[in-house]
Design a protein around this ligand. Sequence first.
Ligand SMILES: Cc1ncc(COP(=O)(O)O)c(C=O)c1O
Length: 363
Amino acid sequence: MFRRVHGGVSWIDSKRFLDFSVNVNPFGPPKEIVEKLHYCINNEVYRFYPDPNYQLLRKTLSEAYDINEKNLVPTAGASEALYLVIKCLISRGFRHVLLLSPTYGEPEIKALAEELGAKVSFILMSETQDKFYVDLDSLIDNIKNVERAFLIVSNPNNPTGIYIDQNDIETVAELLDGRGFLIVDEAYSELSGKRGSLDLLNYYDNLIAIRTLTKLFATPGLRTGFLASGSKRLIKCLEALRPTWNIDSISSCVFSGKPLEDSKWFRRFVLDSSEGVKALREDLENGLKKLGLRVFKSETNFVLSKIMDLDPEEFYRKLYLKNIIVRNCNSFRGLSSRYFRVGVKDGISNKVLLEAIKEVIRG
Ligand SMILES: Cc1ncc(COP(=O)(O)O)c(C=O)c1O
């Protein structure tokens, strides 16, 4: 079996572990979403099929994100969005997949693309002492001669936390115009306080954005997200490939209508979350640095760090014995088990993590 490696412990293990391997909003889920969930359960929504066209969900998402309803396809989280767009583009003859690495879901994307007969190439980011970055010239060199290809970029990037400027996104979309597509996985857009590329979709037919509600609302069990594109042909292809009832009735009930349709409430929650995340992240980054770890500058709700002198396996084992889980980054291209990622949590939990790491380092 193809074994998938991801952060996030199960709800059963969550009773025992403090889990820093998952990257969700430390200020979520908001009470309004939890109340809506109870409402959906009390009304026994699970006894019914969801609307196969997700009309109310589409309307709510389109208003919340200020994009045209016709330009979005609802999906079961960002993961399904990635699968759908990969299948669509490969089936339309774009048989070369480029990944800006390290990035989310590399093994799965590679397995899927190769299974469908496409070639997969990895373009590695550059690394300095304290940050990862994308050298635009070198990226351009890598893509300027590709034909019928598409590039997948997670922005902000998981696991490095870097954010690629929208000007650079436009440059790449323009460069690929007529030959390929640019897919931007914006799973952490809201938590980093960035608008992302939704405003660019009407200008670039070959640009596709992916969003999810699982990170923002800290509800990874309610699998809801969407794909957005300004291209009618692409939307038609994605709709054709989207399975009927791809989002279950409870999740679609929670995110249709109230409270998400209240744009004032939504914007306030996004703003408060991104500001709160920034403050917590900076404290965490400083705390990790003080412990002598290498810390890579992040723009979002998780931090990539590097163990220098310790044996990484011992590091993970000792933290585990203290009931703390962090994400070992050995499954990401270009990284190794010396790199670990921690999701920003509330201030008290972050302090517990820093104290535990201090004890592990001191032996
Ligand atoms: C960059 C990125 N994209 C997509 C996902 C999957 O998100 P979802 O829960 O919406 O499927 C993740 C989850 O870790 C992620 O980090």
